[in-house]
Design a protein around this ligand. Structure first.
Ligand SMILES: NC(=O)c1ccc[n+]([C@@H]2O[C@H](COP(=O)([O-])OP(=O)(O)OC[C@H]3O[C@@H](n4cnc5c(N)ncnc54)[C@H](O)[C@@H]3O)[C@@H](O)[C@H]2O)c1
Length: 282
């Protein structure tokens, strides 16, 4: 049986562990915070049960899938993995330190992938002695449902690593797209300026959040408006990605909207705190 490790058991990590385990991989799900692991297991269980209700999974599958996932707080659990997907917080210092440690813990041939939304794969790889086996494997939220995996090649990523990750993504039922390592890659370089511009529209009183989202849904066939999507992603995550785009590309067109900064400072982070452009308390 193939073995994977997922580091970080938050929003993305639980979904990534779910998808690997559903496709027959033995998964070590690791988080430095034990409560995150308990929450992740419950989330995976709930999502698997939903799949059974929808008829996309047989009734006995959830127990089998959950049995393939072991959880723990130590990176040592990644020692036997063929692929590690890091999905810890979007903080360069956290990721650099994790990759240094994983490089020491994992077998020489293990591929170290990161689910980062915006941090340079090349820089992360430079914190290991295996830059040719470091790559971006950027799943979308919610992971069990969204088909795309953006596969990002760092400056030194080898063809063999890229092929393995593209093939693995396909074997997980996903559609991988290969891109190169530039700030925000493709997904967030295109998405975040649109979200930022929608926030400028709110700040300047062009329209209400609901009106802006309605224009984009009914007029541009977006399934979700940009402000509802920003709330879903997390306004702190959006701000962090825009900072990376602004700094990395040096162009003021990526300047984060002051209203976004203000909302993050106020703790209005979107769905996860119950309030963002919309109120989720009801
Ligand atoms: N949320 C999204 O919509 C989304 C989409 C695509 C990619 N991403 C990326 O996925 C990654 C994870 O994002 P998320 O939304 O799941 O974050 P999250 O805050 O929900 O979860 C992060 C988890 O990482 C854990 N963690 C932090 N430091 C750690 C360490 N040193 N060792 C082990 N665990 C550690 C935290 O305890 C937490 O449980 C980020 O890089 C983010 O940019 C997020």
């Amino acid at each position: 049986m193939k073995r994977a490790a997922v580091v970080g058991a938050g929003t993305m990590g639980n979904g990534i562990a779910h998808v690997f385990a559903q496709h027959g991989w033995r998964v070590a799900l690791i988080d430095s915070a034990a409560p995150a692991l308990e929450k992740a297991t419950e989330t995976i269980r709930g999502n698997l049960e939903r799949q059974v209700k929808k008829g996309t999974l047989p009734a006995d599958a959830p127990a089998e899938v959950l049995e393939r996932i072991v959880t723990g707080t130590s990176l040592d659990a990644a020692a036997k993995a063929e692929i590690v997907v890091e999905a810890a917080s979007e903080n360069p210092a956290v990721k650099f330190s994790l990759f240094e440690q994983l490089d020491g813990v994992c077998l020489r041939g293990t591929i170290l992938a990161t689910n980062t939304s915006s941090i340079s794969i090349t820089e992360i790889a430079a914190h290991t002695r295996r830059a040719e086996r470091v790559i971006g494997m950027h799943f979308m939220n919610p992971v069990p449902i969204m088909p795309l995996v953006e596969v990002i090649r760092g400056h030194a990523t080898s063809d063999a690593t890229t092929t393995t990750i593209m093939d693995t993504a396909r074997a997980l039922g996903k559609s991988p797209v290969e891109v190169n390592d530039y700030p925000g890659f493709v997904s967030n370089r295109v998405l975040m300026p649109m979200i930022n511009e929608a926030i400028f529209c709110v700040m300047e009183g062009v329209a209400t959040p609901d009106s802006i989202d309605t224009v984009m849904k009914l007029g541009m066939a977006h399934p979700m408006g940009p402000l509802a999507l920003a709330d879903f992603i997390g306004l702190d995550v959006c701000l962090a990605i825009l900072e990376v785009l602004h700094r990395g590309l040096g162009d003021d067109k990526y300047r984060p909207c002051p209203l976004l900064r203000k909302m993050v400072a106020a703790g209005y982070l979107g769905r996860k705190t119950g309030r963002g452009f919309y109120d989720y308390h009801a």
